[in-house]
Design a protein around this ligand. Sequence first.
Ligand code: SF4
Ligand code: SF4
Length: 439
Amino acid sequence: MQTTFTPEQLRDPVMARSNDVLRTCVHCGFCTATCPTYQVLGDELDSPRGRIYLIKDMLEKGLPADAKTVLHIDRCLSCLACMTTCPSGVHYMHLVDHAREYIEQTYKRPLFERVLRWTLARILPYPTRFRVALLGAKIGRPFAFLMPDARLKAMLAMAPKVIPPVSRNDDPQVFPAQGTRKMRVALMTGCAQRALNTDINDATIRLLTRLGCDVVIAEGQGCCGALTHHMGKTAESHATASKNIRAWTREMQGEGLDAIVINTSGCGTTVKDYGHMFAGHALSQEAAAVAAIARDVSEVLMQLDLPEGVMGHRVAYHAACSLQHGQKIKTYPKDLLKRAGFKVVEPADSHLCCGSAGTYNLMQPEISGQLKARKVETLEATRPDIIAAGNIGCMMQIGSGTDVPIVHTVELLDWATGGPRPPALDADGKRAVPVPILR
Ligand code: SF4
Ligand code: SF4
């Protein structure tokens, strides 16, 4: 694609990067076939190619973003299915991230939306604030019908019925390896996940220590910055991400780390991109070093000696977009589940997003609801005993639309190797599953 940025514009390294990305697009349109929003809305401007043209136009003109561009960029899930499909290697993620930042800096949203986004950015990345907000939402849920805005209704509807107590396992400490130590890893405990579901980190710690890892919960870590990064709020995103970089750098320079383990794939995609996010920043070297050893938990588990099992349950594996498209990890979670003895099935159109996408299900509830309905239908069609996923956002989204229990992949692997049965399998009278047999 031809671009017409001025030399002065291209002196900005972020603009120069977008120029490079734009120039790799040959506007073939292959990406439209796998774009969820194009499938739902059927509008070229809600396809990757349409958005690329809008972004090009907006950045080249250098004028404040207009309402039409903002509408179609806001509707993008950042699911990155287009990056998997694109034969030209267009790095849409960096382009849309820049577009969101540009919009945030140049476009004045309606007051209600500004307040909503400001509030989300100040609550979601902080587990204690988020926990308080969840309690408020739980109390307010019966009154959701009184809410004047679909987004407020969606926020109340998404509040879980059960809010777990704080897990002290998320406090700074080291969990020693059982038996011979094979690796020393830091576990990213996250933000929203710590308020929504403490079983996932607990299961991850048990599983990794059982398989020979020292698991470090580094002091000072928190939100990876993804939630605010995807809102274009760069200062907020850098502020929280910097804390993580400093926390893990201390550990790397101390006893050393073989990996930073991330069990929320949406966060993993962002941490792996810290090198790009912090280019030219005072922490650029540390950020790149952190990104270089950031691993999804399934990548680390593939390096360890997971025992074979004979669990036997039928597990529908939901591939989170951030894992399959963002990190290109497609087979590891399924391979691990099969090794543990689970019968793994996959839904039709497994490349399509469930509609969760960070704050998307709160900000775009209608499109998100349609994608959720499709995903639940295809998952239930596989007649699973359990649904497994590697991202808390997907688990919340899908779990709100089905009675099939949904758990994190590591909870099943922990169970299969001697850990407790995942609590979610027994909640609310959900379907019972057989007792595991280990060997
Ligand atoms: S598939 Fe790639 S090259 Fe083709 S239009 Fe989409 S982004 Fe551009
Ligand atoms: S990130 Fe997802 S929703 Fe956005 S343009 Fe690409 S495929 Fe479409």
